[in-house]
Design a protein around this ligand. Structure first.
Ligand SMILES: C[S@@+](CC[C@H](N)C(=O)[O-])C[C@H]1O[C@@H](n2cnc3c(N)ncnc32)[C@H](O)[C@@H]1O
Length: 276
């Protein structure tokens, strides 16, 4: 038996029975065991917190995203690997925009959260020698912005972080070339919220609630970004990850916004795109 399995058995059935082979719990427990560096008491403390519903990233205080470690804590969303395809897509869009506009860009994320995604995008743009004049990170959640400040400082990224409901606090003369978002997706008040009773529900509960639940319907943030951008920043291109939305909702938003398209984002995901 491997050391990990022996330690798990030694933890007793109350803990071990919740860590079934091949489950997300096993992946998390293995990660905690590695990080505990052989300290069994530390591992048991962490495993108890995990089984009580804490995310491993919050327990450890860091998350890995796009191959880089970022600070993580309960104040901000944990960037997910499913957004890596969106990252690829945004770099390609930025490349196209630089050629089109022949100048350095101003790029703005609505819902920057803990900033890992924005930092990763800035690294990718730097690696592709893409000129970016200004980085902006907006979020309704001031506590999450404090996490973003830590991560941007660690990444040596100069960014303006603004507490804002959608784009409301961004001055009109600071029009971004590109506005992008990976918005929350759950409908807190829908009786049949799609995630209730799934393993996603536990993940959602561990996060800051505004990072995964929307007041007013699951496409409310998408629609407000599109409406505000159209009204206040008509020259901005808008890209919004939408893969987790049901097709009926995607179709409904498309019907409301004539210049909006749905474009592939990696082999199996999609995003809304509205070009200026
Ligand atoms: C799914 S998280 C994405 C965070 C970040 N992009 C990442 O990957 O780490 C969604 C973010 O949108 C923010 N948010 C939710 N409603 C918002 C609103 N009305 N205005 C601005 N930000 C909002 C949440 O606070 C959260 O940080």
């Amino acid at each position: 038996m491997e050391t990990f399995e022996r330690i798990l058995v030694a933890c007793g059935p109350d803990l071990a029975n919740h860590v079934r082979p091949g489950t997300a719990a096993e992946t998390a427990a293995r990660m905690l065991w590695i990080e505990a560096g052989g300290n069994v008491d530390q591992f048991v403390r962490w495993l108890k917190r995990y089984l009580a519903g804490d995310q491993p990233e919050y327990i450890l205080g860091w998350q890995l995203f796009d191959g880089v470690r970022y600070h993580a804590d309960r104040r901000a969303y944990i960037a997910q690997d499913d957004s890596l395809a969106f990252l690829d897509r945004l770099v390609a869009e930025a490349q196209r925009l630089v050629v089109l506009r022949r100048r350095a860009l101003r790029i703005c994320e609505v819902g920057v959260g803990g900033g890992a995604f924005l930092c990763a995008l800035s690294r990718r743009c730097a690696a592709a020698a893409l000129p970016v004049l200004d980085w902006l990170g907006l979020d309704i959640d001031g506590a999450a912005l404090n996490v973003a400040a830590i991560n941007c400082e660690m990444a040596q990224l100069r960014v303006r972080l603004i507490e804002s409901d959608i784009l409301a606090e961004l001055e009109t003369d600071a029009a971004p070339d590109m506005i992008f978002a990976y918005p929350p997706w759950g409908n807190r008040f829908a009786p049949g919220d799609r995630f209730t009773g799934t393993e996603w529900e536990l993940f959602h509960r561990a996060l800051p609630q505004i990072s995964c639940y929307v007041v007013g319907g699951e496409t409310r943030v998408h629609e407000e970004i599109l409406e505000q951008a159209h009204r206040r920043f008509p020259g901005s291109e808008v890209h919004i990850f939408n893969d987790y939305l049901p097709q009926s909702e995607i179709d409904r938003v498309l019907a409301l916004h004539p210049n909006l398209m749905v474009e592939p984002c990696g082999p199996s995901m999609t995003a809304f795109a509205k070009r200026g």
